[in-house]
Design a protein around this ligand. Structure first.
Ligand SMILES: Cc1cc2nc3c(=O)[nH]c(=O)nc-3n(C[C@H](O)[C@H](O)[C@H](O)COP(=O)(O)O)c2cc1C
Length: 346
């Protein structure tokens, strides 16, 4: 099974991850991973930290002579910014894990919560996602993303202006991004049990991105207000295309399985919770009114969230591919995949 754990704090020495269950004989270089790490760091409205960090993953294990060996792949991504790690924090930040985390884990220093709750951890997920994408590309499955809107503005020029204005005002913004997957075969995931439904696993993966507050598969929220006659994607057949649809309101997923159409997922991202003009809050220890802590912070993270979205979607699809076609070597998976596609043409 394609599975991974991450470890590491935002300003600790490094982020670590071990990916277990990646098949043998996949070509893999640090460059394959670093390309997506760099994409995650870009975006209008990112804070100063992104200028300090230039993330580079070191492959510690699982790869020899440029190919995976089937053994666990260990990755280490050093943090360049570590100066805040020793600094105590007691001013709680609304919109973060600070309050609930400090009470739950019996902490007097909010640093012990915020360091791990930080979205810095998603760097490790993007690294694993890059490996998943490499695997999927062997089967011509491609994943991309785009920003649909920020603060209600759909034109890039407009939302960039909105971000600049929010920055000026000491405020922050959220928005919506979309992840699309093309080249997906029919039949990934399953209807037979709820926790193996691919739509459920994709929604969980997307919701696991910090600041994501809503997930939509296809036109899920729009079809909720349409009659069935306008909501569903009617089925057609011809010899060239096989089964096909003229619409894709279902976003490529029916009954918990891929239906052969592109997968489309939208995600709503809340505005960044750390504002330059701080929100009202309370000190964890004195219980007196205070302003929320402000440390170097982004103004808007919808663009990087979209890259993280691609990554976690890639991971879920890689899991589904390996579950269906085997997981030991690329050659065996390719043979099983070819055989399956051949059966579908009959
Ligand atoms: C790529 C990315 C970067 C983020 N950067 C910041 C940041 O600089 N400052 C901040 O306060 N929140 C930032 N966030 C959002 C917080 O991580 C998030 O709001 C917080 O974890 C609480 O959200 P939750 O309730 O969804 O867990 C970022 C989120 C993402 C996805």
């Amino acid at each position: 099974m394609f599975r991974y754990l991450t470890a590491g704090e935002s300003h600790g020495s490094a982020l670590l991850t071990i990916l277990e269950g990646c098949p043998a004989n996949l070509s893999l270089s640090e460059e394959d991973i670093n390309r997506d790490l760099e994409r995650r760091q870009k975006g209008h409205g990112r804070g100063e930290r992104m200028k300090i960090e230039a993330d580079k993953a070191e492959i510690v294990s699982g790869v020899r002579n440029g190919k995976t060996m089937g053994s666990p792949i260990g990755l280490r991504i050093p943090n360049k910014s570590t100066e805040f790690f020793e600094k105590s924090v007691t001013e709680l930040r609304p919109g973060h894990a600070d309050l609930a985390g400090a009470l739950k884990y019996n902490q007097k220093d909010v640093r012990n919560i915020l360091e791990r709750a930080s979205a810095r951890e998603t760097t490790a997920r993007v690294a694993v996602g890059a490996i998943a994408k490499k695997l999927l590309s062997e089967f011509k499955i491609n994943i991309f993303s785009e920003v649909l809107q920020i603060a209600g503005k759909t034109e890039e020029k407009e939302w960039k202006k909105a971000i600049d204005m929010a920055k000026e005002a000491g405020d922050t913004l959220g928005g919506v991004f979309e992840v699309t997957v093309t080249g997906v075969p029919v039949g990934l995931g399953t209807h037979v049990h709820w926790d193996r439904r691919l739509d459920a696993n994709l929604a969980r993966a997307i919701m696991g991105i910090p600041a994501v507050k809503g997930v939509e598969i296809g036109n899920g929220f729009t079809v909720a207000s349409l009659p069935g006659s306008k909501a569903h994607d009617e089925i057609f057949y011809n010899k060239e295309k096989g089964f096909y649809r003229k619409t894709n309101n279902a976003g490529g997923l029916e009954g918990g399985m891929t239906n052969g159409e592109p997968i489309i997922i939208n995600a709503a991202v809340k505005p960044i919770a750390t504002l330059k003009k701080p929100l009202k809050s309370v000190d964890l220890i004195t219980k007196k009114a205070t302003e929320a802590l402000v440390e170097r912070s982004d103004v808007c993270a919808v663009e990087p969230a979209a890259i993280i979205g691609e990554s976690v979607v890639a991971i879920e699809l890689a899991k589904a591919m390996l579950e269906k076609f085997g997981a030991d070597s690329i050659e065996d998976i390719a043979a099983a995949y070819k055989n399956y596609l051949l059966r579908l043409t009959k």
